[in-house]
Design a binder for this molecule. Structure first.
Ligand code: GLY
Length: 409
């Protein structure tokens, strides 16, 4: 049986008291859910179609979601952008429960995605490797994965274009027509910051700062709402001007895609933690204020999939990423404003812990959160469980428990 807190809790409101009481039960239920996913996914781990993969070990698969039509886990290549989230959630469950089962399974799934350290054809290796191996090194208190993480940082840094001062999110680095950047890329900077401080090239820090600063200048409207895809001009003399805005996974070029906004909240908060540059803190507040004060933000704090799509599907993953980011932001801001960020995150987590979002055993493919939206404009993954939604949900609960004075392993 899990215990709530072994230290006196520092709880700021009745909502926090309620969340603090729920967390042990939610961790216990989450552990059961993930045991079930692991059991269903393990036999499928090596069942990929090697012929379809161009990369070594491409036949290996990792659970990503739920294939409701066929009643089995939706398994994806280890090179899919979310392949680090399932292993990462196992690490968080190990942190939450201390159960050796989760440590053992986390090691297996984490090590299965190691070939990503050599990948430089997309920006997602930061997500992939830091959510998995980053948590492994932290919780195992080992440096045995450091070389792999440093190699990944070097692979990611190959995508940096010094003329533009940006990391290209998608596309070949030699491509001259398009240079596409998305706010999701902010999340990959954490690996570079870690690497710069742990034996890697100091340039990794400069690259991360440059990318964050340029993104801050171009990727947001005056009100703090984000664009999804920007296409920068690489022609000499154009100084990296924006040549095109694309709606990407959002509703339109004029609205803010909710998860993109959450990546920005989390990403700029993280960059402030890593650099202590006050510009990033100010910007984290701005993008957060856009979200939490938005007239289309529902009362329960779980955003519609796009801020311009009230009444349509919610995106529980946008809420979990946001809650985790806001909890960290609250520790840097303090005072009334910091309390507001913390209270908003607590409201979101209470909603996500409720039956409206937290799945019952056996439903939702045993993933924790219902009602995620992957890519609505492409008709993909609408109102489904998402591995990254679960990952940031567990992270946010652990962050809350730490803030509230609860134990951490
Ligand atoms: N990074 C892609 C997404 O958030 O859907």
């Amino acid at each position: 049986m899990l215990t709530a807190c072994i230290f006196a809790a520092i709880l700021a409101s009745p909502g926090e008291v309620e969340l603090d009481k729920k967390i042990p039960v939610i961790f216990e239920k989450s552990a059961a859910h993930y045991r079930a996913i692991d059991a269903a996914a393990t036999p499928l781990m090596n069942s990929g179609d090697a012929a379809k993969e161009k990369k070594p070990h491409g036949e290996r698969l990792v659970p990503h979601g739920w294939d409701a039509k066929n009643g089995k886990p939706d398994m994806r290549s280890i090179y899919w952008w979310t392949s680090g989230h399932f292993p990462g959630s196992l690490w968080y469950l190990y942190q939450a429960t201390g159960d050796e089962f989760f440590k053992e399974r986390a090691i297996v799934w984490t090590e299965s995605i190691a070939p990503n350290s050599k990948v430089s054809d997309n920006h997602d290796v930061g997500f992939i490797m830091y959510c998995s191996f980053g948590n492994a090194r932290r919780l195992l208190r080992t440096d045995k994965y450091d070389a792999l993480l440093l190699e990944t940082a070097a692979s990611l840094a190959k995508r940096f274009n010094p003329d533009l001062g940006l990391i290209r999110s998608w596309g070949d680095v030699a491509e001259k027509k398009d240079f596409l950047v998305i706010p999701d890329n902010m999340m990959n900077l954490e690996l570079l910051e870690w690497a710069a401080k742990n034996g890697g090239d100091k340039r990794f820090d400069e690259i991360a700062r440059s990318h964050a600063t340029k993104t801050m200048a171009h990727h947001f409207r005056a009100d703090g709402g984000t664009y999804h895809v920007l296409n920068y001009d690489q022609r000499p003399g154009f100084h990296g001007a924006v040549q095109e805005i694309r709606r990407g996974q959002g509703l339109s070029c004029e609205t803010a895609w909710s998860r993109g906004q959450s990546w920005a909240i989390y990403g700029y908060t993280m960059m402030y933690r890593e650099t202590k540059d006050p510009a990033y803190l100010a910007f984290a507040k701005k993008v957060s204020d856009f979200a939490i004060n938005h007239p289309n933000m529902p009362e329960d704090g779980v955003p519609y999939w796009d801020f311009g799509a009230p009444g349509e599907e919610r995106d529980s993953s946008a809420a979990s990423v946001m809650a985790s980011g806001l909890l960290e932001l609250s520790t840097f801001v303090g005072g009334e404003k910091g309390a507001k960020y913390r209270a908003f995150a607590v409201k979101q987590l209470l909603s996500l812990c409720s039956d409206a979002y937290f799945a019952k055993p056996g439903e939702n493919g045993d993933w924790l959160l219902k009602h995620g939206v992957g890519h609505k404009p492409a008709g993909g993954e609408i109102d489904v469980p998402l591995d990254y939604g679960d990952y940031y949900f567990l992270e946010a609960l652990l962050r809350f428990r730490r803030l509230a004075g609860g134990f951490a392993l």
